[in-house]
Design a protein around this ligand. Structure first.
Ligand code: MN
Length: 265
């Protein structure tokens, strides 16, 4: 037990997100992981939701000190979430990082969302650097501005981090965790899932600026998805937390032999 406590207190956790350093979800995540060791916060200075996996090469990155709403010291950068992780790993944080946690994102990150998500791509950046990482997203209702309830999220975050400490994560793997927005009493448990199929409802909104030039919005209703057992979307639909192991191998392995059978000149 003593050994375990020493291991926990030695842990250095980097907290980041894509909603910006002052998003309430980041504070909730920071507080949830504090019992596991020393925590560094390095997060973007504005919202980068749906920014994908960014590596900023064309301009310098700035990092400055700030404080979270409860006074916790934090660092913030004008880079993307993945830039924040890279900055931390490459030396802005002098201490070696043992775990990267990203979130808690406002809205779920399911199925194809992963390629758009700044929350998940921050965790991907950590995985590329060989650091265990978890992305946390909360399936909040989109149309409310009221204060969010992170009670269930904090229980889930502690359970996930505890399991990673107990079992470790293979190099290059991250966990994508989605939490339903429900009361603790309604919570059914944890499901280990695969990515489901998102259905996007995007449409093109054409308008004209004051000078008569056209501009476009990609608009539409929020995405839905195919509710299927075993998937992230299916788990959330039944009030389970979804935990999906993700790796960065995008190869369609089942097509390799077919493509090899084609005539290749
Ligand atoms: Mn976001």
């Amino acid at each position: 037990m003593t050994e375990n406590i020493e291991k926990l207190s030695a842990l250095h956790i980097l907290v980041t997100n894509d909603d910006g350093v002052h998003a309430p979800g980041l504070l909730a995540l920071t507080n949830a992981v504090k019992p596991f060791g020393s925590v560094s916060v390095l997060a973007p200075d504005h919202n980068w939701s749906a920014s994908g996996h960014v590596k900023t090469l064309s301009r310098p990155l700035r990092v400055r000190e700030t404080k979270l709403a409860d006074g916790t010291p934090a660092l913030t950068s004008d880079g993307a979430p993945s830039d924040c992780v890279a900055l931390g790993v490459l030396g802005i944080l002098r201490k070696k990082i043992d775990l990267v946690v990203s979130g808690i994102n406002t809205n779920s990150n399911l199925g194809h969302d992963l390629t758009y998500s700044g929350t998940v791509t921050a965790a991907m950046e950590a995985a590329i650097s060989g650091i265990p990482a978890v992305a946390f997203s909360l399936a909040e209702p989109r149309d409310t501005s009221e204060e969010k309830d992170y009670t269930l999220s904090q229980i889930v975050i502690r359970e996930v981090v505890k399991n990673i400490l107990d079992h470790g994560l293979p190099r290059g793997i991250l966990l994508n965790v989605n939490i339903p927005y429900i009361d603790v009493e309604q919570f059914k448990g944890y499901q280990i899932t695969r990515q489901g199929l998102r259905v996007y409802h995007d449409n093109l909104v054409r308008r004209k600026d004051p000078e008569g030039r056209p501009y476009y919005w990609i608009g539409g209703d929020p995405p839905s998805g195919i509710v299927e057992k075993g998937t992230d979307i299916g788990a959330l639909a039944e009030n389970y937390v979804s935990i999906t192991p993700i790796h960065l191998d995008l190869t369609a392995h089942h097509l390799i032999s077919t493509l090899r059978s084609w005539e290749w000149g």
